[in-house]
Design a binder for this molecule. Structure first.
Ligand code: ADP
Length: 192
C-alpha cells in the first residue's frame, strides 16, 4: 500500500487535489467530511449526531470519527493505498490512525500539507457555499469557528508528522494544475 494524508485548513483544496491524486496513483479516497455528509443525507443515526457538530463548525467527537475510519479501512483492506482527506484532525486521531494501519501491517507514507492564506480560504469557502449549498460554508460565524477548531486541535498535527519526518508542505495558492504538479513532485520523491 501507499498511504497519503492530505492536510490543510478548511478550504485549502484537499478534496479537489485528492480527486486528482486518486486518479494518478490508483488509491482509495476517505473523506470523513463526505462520509458524514452522506450519512446526514441518508438520515442515519451517525448523520444526526454528526450534523449537530458540523452545523456549529465544531469537530465531531474523536471516538465517533475514529470508529468510522477503522471500519472503512477494514472494509477496503485489499486496496492499493488510501488518501485520508480531512482525517486526522486531532492528535488522538493521528495516533489512532497509526494503530489502525499497524493492525494491517501498514503505515502512512507521506503527509501533504497545503498552505493557503486565511483571506483566500474565507473567499473560497464562501464561493463554495453558494454553489454546493453546504450550510457550514454559508455562515461566516460557522466558518470562523472551523478555523478556530483547526488552529486549536488540528494544526498541532503538523509537528506530530514533522517529528516523524513525514511532513511535506506545499504552496496551495495558484492554479489547480500547478498545485497538483507540486504535490506529485513530493509524492514521487518518496514513492519507490
Ligand atoms: P472542510 O475541510 O472544508 O472543513 P470537511 O468536509 O473536511 O470540510 O469537513 C466538514 C466538517 O465535518 C468539519 O467542519 C467537521 O465538523 C466534520 N469533520 C470532518 N472530518 C472530521 C474529523 N476527522 N474529525 C472530526 N470532525 C470532522
Amino acid at each position: 500500500m501507499f498511504n497519503i494524508i492530505i492536510f490543510g485548513p478548511p478550504g485549502a483544496g484537499k478534496g479537489t487535489q485528492s480527486a486528482k491524486l486518486l486518479d494518478k496513483y490508483n488509491l482509495t479516497h476517505l473523506s470523513t467530511g463526505d462520509v458524514f455528509r452522506s450519512n446526514i443525507k441518508g438520515e442515519t443515526e451517525l448523520g444526526l449526531l454528526a450534523k449537530s457538530y458540523i452545523d456549529k463548525g465544531e469537530l465531531v467527537p474523536d471516538e465517533v470519527t475514529i470508529a468510522m475510519v477503522k471500519d472503512f479501512v477494514q472494509q477496503h483492506a485489499d486496496s492499493t493505498g488510501f488518501i485520508f482527506d480531512g482525517f486526522p484532525r486531532t492528535i488522538s486521531q493521528g495516533e489512532a490512525l497509526s494503530e489502525i494501519l499497524a493492525e494491517h501491517n501498514e503505515k502512512i507514507d507521506i503527509v501533504l500539507a497545503l498552505e493557503v492564506d486565511e483571506d483566500e480560504l474565507v473567499k473560497r469557502l464562501l464561493e463554495r457555499g453558494k454553489i454546493s449549498g453546504r450550510a457550514d460554508d454559508q455562515d461566516e460565524g460557522t466558518i470562523r469557528n472551523r478555523f478556530k477548531e483547526y488552529l486549536n486541535k488540528t494544526e498541532p498535527l503538523l509537528d506530530f508528522y514533522r517529528n516523524k519526518n513525514l511532513l511535506h508542505s506545499v504552496q496551495g495558492m495558484g492554479s489547480i494544475d500547478d498545485i497538483f504538479n507540486r504535490l506529485v513532485q513530493e509524492v514521487d520523491s518518496v514513492k519507490a
